[in-house]
Design a protein around this ligand. Sequence first.
Ligand code: NAP
Length: 243
Amino acid sequence: MSDEPGYADQSLYGKSFKAAGAAAARNVVAKVRVQSFAVSIDGYGAGPDQDLQNPLGVRGPELMEWFFHTRLWRRMHGQEDGETGVDNGIVEQGFAGIGAWILGRNMFGPVRGPWPDESWKGWWGEEPPYHAPVFVLTHHPRSPLKMAGGTEFHFVTEGLHAALEQATAAASGRDVRVGGGVSTIRQYLRAGLIDELHLAIRPVLLGSGEHLLRDIDLRALGYECAKYVPGERAFHVFLRKAA
Ligand SMILES: NC(=O)c1ccc[n+]([C@@H]2O[C@H](COP(=O)([O-])OP(=O)(O)OC[C@H]3O[C@@H](n4cnc5c(N)ncnc54)[C@H](OP(=O)(O)O)[C@@H]3O)[C@@H](O)[C@H]2O)c1
Protein backbone atom coordinates (compact mmCIF):
# COMPACT_ATOMS: atom_id res chain seq x y z
CA MET A 1 0.00 0.00 0.00
CA SER A 2 1.27 3.45 -0.85
CA ASP A 3 0.55 6.77 0.81
CA GLU A 4 0.20 8.22 -2.65
CA PRO A 5 -2.69 7.00 -4.80
CA GLY A 6 -0.79 5.38 -7.62
CA TYR A 7 -0.69 2.75 -10.27
CA ALA A 8 2.19 0.43 -9.49
CA ASP A 9 1.91 -2.75 -11.50
CA GLN A 10 1.10 -5.15 -8.69
CA SER A 11 -0.40 -8.57 -9.21
CA LEU A 12 -3.86 -8.91 -7.71
CA TYR A 13 -3.39 -12.29 -6.20
CA GLY A 14 0.25 -12.20 -5.16
CA LYS A 15 2.06 -9.00 -4.44
CA SER A 16 -1.01 -7.22 -3.07
CA PHE A 17 -0.89 -9.17 0.16
CA LYS A 18 2.87 -8.67 0.43
CA ALA A 19 2.30 -4.94 -0.05
CA ALA A 20 -0.33 -4.96 2.69
CA GLY A 21 2.05 -6.73 5.03
CA ALA A 22 4.77 -4.17 4.31
CA ALA A 23 2.32 -1.35 5.05
CA ALA A 24 1.39 -2.89 8.37
CA ALA A 25 5.07 -3.21 9.23
CA ARG A 26 5.50 0.54 8.54
CA ASN A 27 2.51 1.34 10.75
CA VAL A 28 0.69 3.00 7.86
CA VAL A 29 -2.80 3.97 9.00
CA ALA A 30 -5.48 1.98 7.20
CA LYS A 31 -7.69 3.95 4.83
CA VAL A 32 -11.19 3.85 3.49
CA ARG A 33 -10.82 3.91 -0.29
CA VAL A 34 -13.04 4.13 -3.32
CA GLN A 35 -11.09 2.83 -6.30
CA SER A 36 -11.70 2.47 -10.00
CA PHE A 37 -15.16 3.94 -9.79
CA ALA A 38 -16.22 4.82 -13.31
CA VAL A 39 -18.26 7.91 -14.09
CA SER A 40 -19.47 9.44 -17.32
CA ILE A 41 -18.60 13.00 -18.29
CA ASP A 42 -22.05 14.03 -17.04
CA GLY A 43 -21.39 12.38 -13.70
CA TYR A 44 -23.35 9.12 -13.74
CA GLY A 45 -22.00 5.99 -12.04
CA ALA A 46 -24.75 3.70 -13.34
CA GLY A 47 -27.36 3.88 -16.06
CA PRO A 48 -31.13 3.81 -15.42
CA ASP A 49 -33.31 0.69 -15.05
CA GLN A 50 -30.94 -1.77 -13.38
CA ASP A 51 -32.14 -5.34 -13.66
CA LEU A 52 -30.89 -8.86 -14.33
CA GLN A 53 -30.11 -8.03 -17.98
CA ASN A 54 -28.62 -4.62 -17.13
CA PRO A 55 -26.54 -4.91 -13.94
CA LEU A 56 -25.04 -1.48 -14.55
CA GLY A 57 -28.30 -0.04 -15.83
CA VAL A 58 -29.08 0.73 -19.45
CA ARG A 59 -25.91 1.99 -21.21
CA GLY A 60 -24.00 1.40 -17.97
CA PRO A 61 -21.39 -0.87 -19.63
CA GLU A 62 -20.14 2.21 -21.51
CA LEU A 63 -18.73 3.29 -18.16
CA MET A 64 -16.67 0.13 -17.83
CA GLU A 65 -15.17 -0.02 -21.33
CA TRP A 66 -11.79 0.93 -19.86
CA PHE A 67 -11.92 -1.93 -17.32
CA PHE A 68 -13.03 -4.63 -19.76
CA HIS A 69 -9.75 -4.40 -21.71
CA THR A 70 -7.42 -4.70 -18.74
CA ARG A 71 -5.36 -7.79 -17.98
CA LEU A 72 -6.89 -7.91 -14.50
CA TRP A 73 -10.46 -8.07 -15.77
CA ARG A 74 -9.53 -10.60 -18.45
CA ARG A 75 -7.83 -12.80 -15.83
CA MET A 76 -10.90 -12.61 -13.62
CA HIS A 77 -12.74 -14.14 -16.55
CA GLY A 78 -10.23 -16.88 -17.23
CA GLN A 79 -8.44 -15.16 -20.12
CA GLU A 80 -4.67 -14.80 -20.26
CA ASP A 81 -4.57 -11.74 -22.52
CA GLY A 82 -5.51 -8.16 -21.72
CA GLU A 83 -3.78 -4.81 -21.73
CA THR A 84 -1.07 -3.98 -19.20
CA GLY A 85 -0.92 -0.20 -19.56
CA VAL A 86 -1.88 2.64 -17.26
CA ASP A 87 -5.53 1.60 -16.86
CA ASN A 88 -4.53 -1.93 -15.86
CA GLY A 89 -1.89 -0.72 -13.41
CA ILE A 90 -4.38 1.55 -11.71
CA VAL A 91 -7.06 -1.11 -11.48
CA GLU A 92 -4.57 -3.59 -10.00
CA GLN A 93 -3.43 -1.03 -7.46
CA GLY A 94 -7.05 -0.66 -6.42
CA PHE A 95 -7.06 -4.25 -5.16
CA ALA A 96 -3.75 -3.99 -3.32
CA GLY A 97 -3.80 -3.83 0.46
CA ILE A 98 -7.56 -4.26 0.79
CA GLY A 99 -8.69 -6.24 3.84
CA ALA A 100 -12.46 -5.88 3.51
CA TRP A 101 -15.09 -4.43 1.18
CA ILE A 102 -18.38 -2.59 1.55
CA LEU A 103 -21.04 -2.81 -1.16
CA GLY A 104 -24.61 -1.60 -1.50
CA ARG A 105 -27.31 -4.16 -2.01
CA ASN A 106 -27.99 -3.03 -5.60
CA MET A 107 -24.37 -3.66 -6.56
CA PHE A 108 -24.66 -7.14 -5.07
CA GLY A 109 -27.56 -8.03 -7.34
CA PRO A 110 -30.90 -7.24 -8.97
CA VAL A 111 -33.10 -8.57 -6.15
CA ARG A 112 -35.05 -5.80 -4.41
CA GLY A 113 -37.14 -5.89 -1.25
CA PRO A 114 -37.10 -8.83 1.17
CA TRP A 115 -34.95 -11.73 -0.05
CA PRO A 116 -37.38 -14.31 -1.46
CA ASP A 117 -34.79 -17.03 -0.80
CA GLU A 118 -31.00 -17.40 -0.58
CA SER A 119 -30.47 -18.38 -4.21
CA TRP A 120 -28.93 -15.07 -5.37
CA LYS A 121 -25.20 -15.18 -4.61
CA GLY A 122 -23.93 -12.09 -6.43
CA TRP A 123 -22.97 -11.43 -10.04
CA TRP A 124 -19.55 -13.00 -9.80
CA GLY A 125 -20.05 -16.79 -9.76
CA GLU A 126 -18.77 -19.25 -7.18
CA GLU A 127 -15.42 -17.45 -6.70
CA PRO A 128 -15.97 -13.68 -6.54
CA PRO A 129 -12.96 -11.40 -7.08
CA TYR A 130 -12.95 -9.98 -3.53
CA HIS A 131 -11.04 -12.72 -1.66
CA ALA A 132 -11.94 -10.98 1.61
CA PRO A 133 -14.98 -10.27 3.81
CA VAL A 134 -17.59 -8.16 2.00
CA PHE A 135 -20.20 -6.18 3.97
CA VAL A 136 -23.39 -5.58 1.99
CA LEU A 137 -25.61 -2.70 3.14
CA THR A 138 -29.27 -3.63 3.09
CA HIS A 139 -32.49 -3.14 5.03
CA HIS A 140 -33.33 -6.82 4.62
CA PRO A 141 -31.59 -9.35 6.89
CA ARG A 142 -29.93 -12.39 5.44
CA SER A 143 -27.47 -15.02 6.70
CA PRO A 144 -23.79 -14.67 5.79
CA LEU A 145 -22.79 -16.30 2.53
CA LYS A 146 -19.42 -18.02 2.22
CA MET A 147 -17.99 -18.30 -1.29
CA ALA A 148 -14.88 -19.93 -2.74
CA GLY A 149 -11.56 -18.09 -2.59
CA GLY A 150 -12.00 -16.29 0.73
CA THR A 151 -14.98 -14.08 -0.06
CA GLU A 152 -17.71 -14.04 2.58
CA PHE A 153 -20.74 -11.77 2.15
CA HIS A 154 -22.17 -10.32 5.38
CA PHE A 155 -25.48 -8.48 5.16
CA VAL A 156 -25.52 -5.42 7.41
CA THR A 157 -28.87 -3.89 8.37
CA GLU A 158 -27.60 -1.44 11.01
CA GLY A 159 -26.44 1.25 8.59
CA LEU A 160 -23.26 2.67 7.10
CA HIS A 161 -21.36 3.29 10.35
CA ALA A 162 -21.97 -0.26 11.55
CA ALA A 163 -20.84 -1.63 8.19
CA LEU A 164 -17.64 0.40 8.34
CA GLU A 165 -16.94 -0.70 11.92
CA GLN A 166 -17.39 -4.34 10.96
CA ALA A 167 -15.32 -3.98 7.80
CA THR A 168 -12.52 -2.18 9.66
CA ALA A 169 -12.40 -4.93 12.28
CA ALA A 170 -12.38 -7.62 9.60
CA ALA A 171 -9.65 -5.85 7.60
CA SER A 172 -7.14 -6.25 10.46
CA GLY A 173 -5.15 -3.12 9.67
CA ARG A 174 -5.53 -3.25 5.91
CA ASP A 175 -7.65 -0.78 3.96
CA VAL A 176 -11.40 -0.96 3.49
CA ARG A 177 -12.61 -0.50 -0.07
CA VAL A 178 -16.07 0.89 -0.65
CA GLY A 179 -16.87 -0.79 -3.95
CA GLY A 180 -20.15 0.95 -4.74
CA GLY A 181 -22.71 1.45 -5.99
CA VAL A 182 -23.56 5.07 -6.27
CA SER A 183 -25.90 5.47 -3.28
CA THR A 184 -23.42 3.74 -0.99
CA ILE A 185 -20.49 5.93 -2.02
CA ARG A 186 -22.62 9.08 -1.75
CA GLN A 187 -23.54 8.22 1.84
CA TYR A 188 -19.94 7.58 2.87
CA LEU A 189 -18.78 10.78 1.16
CA ARG A 190 -21.44 12.86 2.88
CA ALA A 191 -20.44 11.34 6.22
CA GLY A 192 -16.83 12.33 5.50
CA LEU A 193 -15.69 8.72 5.84
CA ILE A 194 -13.88 8.23 2.51
CA ASP A 195 -10.15 8.99 2.69
CA GLU A 196 -9.37 8.47 -1.01
CA LEU A 197 -11.68 8.55 -4.00
CA HIS A 198 -10.41 7.43 -7.40
CA LEU A 199 -12.70 8.21 -10.30
CA ALA A 200 -12.16 6.78 -13.77
CA ILE A 201 -13.83 9.34 -15.98
CA ARG A 202 -15.06 7.89 -19.26
CA PRO A 203 -15.63 10.01 -22.37
CA VAL A 204 -19.31 9.06 -22.64
CA LEU A 205 -22.61 10.76 -21.81
CA LEU A 206 -25.29 8.71 -20.06
CA GLY A 207 -27.90 11.46 -19.65
CA SER A 208 -29.72 9.62 -16.86
CA GLY A 209 -29.16 7.03 -14.18
CA GLU A 210 -27.47 7.22 -10.78
CA HIS A 211 -25.55 10.47 -10.41
CA LEU A 212 -22.51 10.27 -8.15
CA LEU A 213 -21.94 13.81 -6.93
CA ARG A 214 -25.20 15.69 -7.44
CA ASP A 215 -25.70 18.12 -4.51
CA ILE A 216 -22.55 16.92 -2.79
CA ASP A 217 -20.05 19.70 -2.08
CA LEU A 218 -16.77 17.79 -2.04
CA ARG A 219 -14.79 20.94 -1.45
CA ALA A 220 -16.77 21.78 1.67
CA LEU A 221 -16.30 18.20 2.82
CA GLY A 222 -12.54 18.73 2.64
CA TYR A 223 -11.60 16.86 -0.51
CA GLU A 224 -8.90 17.98 -2.92
CA CYS A 225 -7.44 16.60 -6.13
CA ALA A 226 -4.16 14.89 -5.27
CA LYS A 227 -3.33 13.53 -8.71
CA TYR A 228 -4.67 13.01 -12.22
CA VAL A 229 -3.45 10.52 -14.78
CA PRO A 230 -4.58 9.99 -18.37
CA GLY A 231 -5.11 6.32 -19.10
CA GLU A 232 -5.76 4.53 -22.38
CA ARG A 233 -9.58 4.59 -22.09
CA ALA A 234 -10.32 6.68 -18.99
CA PHE A 235 -8.99 9.77 -17.28
CA HIS A 236 -8.07 9.01 -13.69
CA VAL A 237 -8.65 11.50 -10.91
CA PHE A 238 -7.52 10.83 -7.34
CA LEU A 239 -9.26 12.87 -4.68
CA ARG A 240 -8.09 12.85 -1.12
CA LYS A 241 -9.60 14.11 2.09
CA ALA A 242 -7.27 16.70 3.58
CA ALA A 243 -6.03 15.74 7.04
N1 NAP B 1 -19.43 2.99 -12.02
C1 NAP B 1 -18.82 2.02 -11.35
O1 NAP B 1 -17.59 1.87 -11.36
C2 NAP B 1 -19.68 1.10 -10.52
C3 NAP B 1 -19.08 0.35 -9.49
C4 NAP B 1 -19.91 -0.44 -8.72
C5 NAP B 1 -21.26 -0.52 -8.97
N2 NAP B 1 -21.79 0.22 -9.98
C6 NAP B 1 -23.23 0.16 -10.28
O2 NAP B 1 -23.96 0.94 -9.35
C7 NAP B 1 -25.30 0.47 -9.36
C8 NAP B 1 -25.76 0.32 -7.94
O3 NAP B 1 -25.75 1.58 -7.29
P1 NAP B 1 -27.05 2.11 -6.54
O4 NAP B 1 -26.80 3.53 -6.20
O5 NAP B 1 -28.27 1.78 -7.34
O6 NAP B 1 -27.15 1.20 -5.25
P2 NAP B 1 -26.15 0.61 -4.16
O7 NAP B 1 -25.41 1.71 -3.49
O8 NAP B 1 -25.37 -0.51 -4.72
O9 NAP B 1 -27.21 -0.04 -3.17
C9 NAP B 1 -28.27 0.74 -2.65
C10 NAP B 1 -29.11 -0.16 -1.78
O10 NAP B 1 -28.33 -0.67 -0.70
C11 NAP B 1 -29.10 -0.64 0.50
N3 NAP B 1 -28.55 0.41 1.36
C12 NAP B 1 -27.80 1.47 0.98
N4 NAP B 1 -27.48 2.22 2.02
C13 NAP B 1 -28.03 1.62 3.11
C14 NAP B 1 -28.04 1.92 4.50
N5 NAP B 1 -27.40 3.00 4.98
N6 NAP B 1 -28.71 1.09 5.32
C15 NAP B 1 -29.32 -0.02 4.85
N7 NAP B 1 -29.35 -0.37 3.53
C16 NAP B 1 -28.71 0.46 2.69
C17 NAP B 1 -30.53 -0.30 0.09
O11 NAP B 1 -31.12 -1.52 -0.33
P3 NAP B 1 -32.40 -2.21 0.34
O12 NAP B 1 -33.16 -1.15 1.10
O13 NAP B 1 -33.17 -2.76 -0.83
O14 NAP B 1 -31.88 -3.29 1.21
C18 NAP B 1 -30.28 0.57 -1.13
O15 NAP B 1 -31.39 0.63 -1.99
C19 NAP B 1 -25.29 -0.85 -10.11
O16 NAP B 1 -25.80 -0.64 -11.41
C20 NAP B 1 -23.84 -1.20 -10.16
O17 NAP B 1 -23.52 -2.01 -11.26
C21 NAP B 1 -21.03 1.04 -10.74
